[in-house]
Design a protein. Sequence first.
Lengths: 105, 509
Amino acid sequence: MVSQTWYLALAAFVFSCGLYAALTRRNAIAVLIGIELMLNAVNINLVTFWRYGSMAPMEQLSGQVFSLFVIAIAGAEAAVGLALIISVYRTRHTVNLDELDMLKG
Amino acid sequence: MEQVTIGELGSILPELILLTGGLLILILDMVQSHGTADSGISGRGFMLIAVLFLAVGSVAVILQFDAEQQLALSMIMVDKFSAFLKVVIYVGMTLVAIAGGGYMNRRMVGHGEFWMLFMFVTIAMSFAVGAADLLMIFLTIEFLSITSYILVGFLRTDVRSTEAGVKYFLYGSVASSVMLFGMSLLYGASGSLNLAEIAAAFAASPERSLVIVPATLMMLVGLGFKTSLAPFFQWTPDTYEGAPTPVTAYLSTASKAVGFAVMARVLVVGLGAFQASWVPILAGLSMLTMFAGNLMALRQPNVKRMLAYSSVAQAGYILLGLVAVVDSSHGNFASLTNNGLNGVLIYLFAYLFTNIGAFMVIMLVEEATGSSDISAFEGLSQRAPGMAWGMFIFLLSLTGIPLTGGFMGKFYVFGATVQHQYYTLAVIAAINAGIAAFYYLNVVRAMFFTEAEQDEDGKALPLSGQGFAPATQLIVLVCVAVTLWLGVYPMSLINWASDASQNLLTIVF
């Protein structure tokens, strides 16, 4: 059986990749992908803690339920985010964050 | 298993009223969109429905002041603390809806959606201040964030609004993902999502508390984003400047109050035993926030942008109150009756009226002159004396001059800081209040001591236009009256705020 540590390490790795992408990429879509990676890393964490956590009995499904909510929220967030990115593309013809510089000071 | 009963629904009556209003607007909008664009209910009609339901909701909040209940498997608390903040939220949203409705209706693409989202964002905030469970906190904060992203970018043909929306969305989603990771760590170490159970789990097995510092830091990223604290404030000026002004007005007041309320509940109820870990973090953030906000605000030529940086600085002052919940001499919670948390509540209440008023004056000037640069305010005392005096009172209150509500907030927050012996923080706060006076009074100088544009007879041109709607002027008047009233006769607010703060803090005594 794979130990808890491996799952947590995987989650931490995926989260770091997502954060790195979100902070360094200049393309709004790439940043959005980074955000999705971060949310999925949290899901790995939650399910791992539910499966291996010794603090609560496994019949308490809080970790599982939380991860289902995270999946739903991630979907809503992506929908709104893409809509905003499309509306910016329509007026500016770019999704490069460095070129979105009307508001500055 | 606990059952959710019909009786419990009474405690979420204010939210149910808003939900009804929001859905009603949605349905009416859908039904009428089959006709031609000009027929049916106009934006003004939807605005009236929204204002009506918000007002009824406010009454419902006031009626259930003394309610004390846990709802939905203890995920939501209805208590005095949340009641105080609900009043802040409902009153704030009602003021914004009345004052800013005209502005929105003139610019809007659709008719009903804005008002529906406006109601839903109020519901999200109303649940968030009572959330006592990590899942509920995440859901309400995300509900608030996602609806706010849409409202910020609502003017979809306006370049500035859409850009502000995208920036707000990207910063916000990264911050809330980090917060979520912190939550998952807390869940892993304690095996529970409920704040009170988390506190009990850590008390039972202290060796697990290793996770507290990273988890707190990560959660503060998300909440610090909502309240625009220092390392996470870069979105604030861009979003405040680009968003429709009514949206800015509520983002800087009600939404910020929600951030502080959730922060207080998580830190006191969930992590109360670990104040030694989070007090230094908050103190550091507060110092950084005050300096960052004030120093950036000094060099802003645009008044809306300046107020955005000023709201960053104000968040730093408010955070001082949260630090001063704990006494530094014995490193434990200060007395129940005498601590910084009631200062936080008084500050948030006074700041609500001051800042909404200030943004509404900016909105009027923007509508009449087409600009919110400081040059647009030159000679405002001759062009629109009423609005200039209103802005004068708001700026005094933001500076913290006695006889205004802002002074009372600062007095209680700074007072608690000194009393619980954070002398360095108090000195830094005083220096910052001094710096802030420069840029606030610069607007006063522009309004009162520079010449206005003149017509050929040498008379100042009066400001006019559609923006000078009587509704907006009325709200500015209300905000002036409340700001002064809180400064002159603050006793009722102080008693009420200290009741509310004691209600939250009893859990750690």
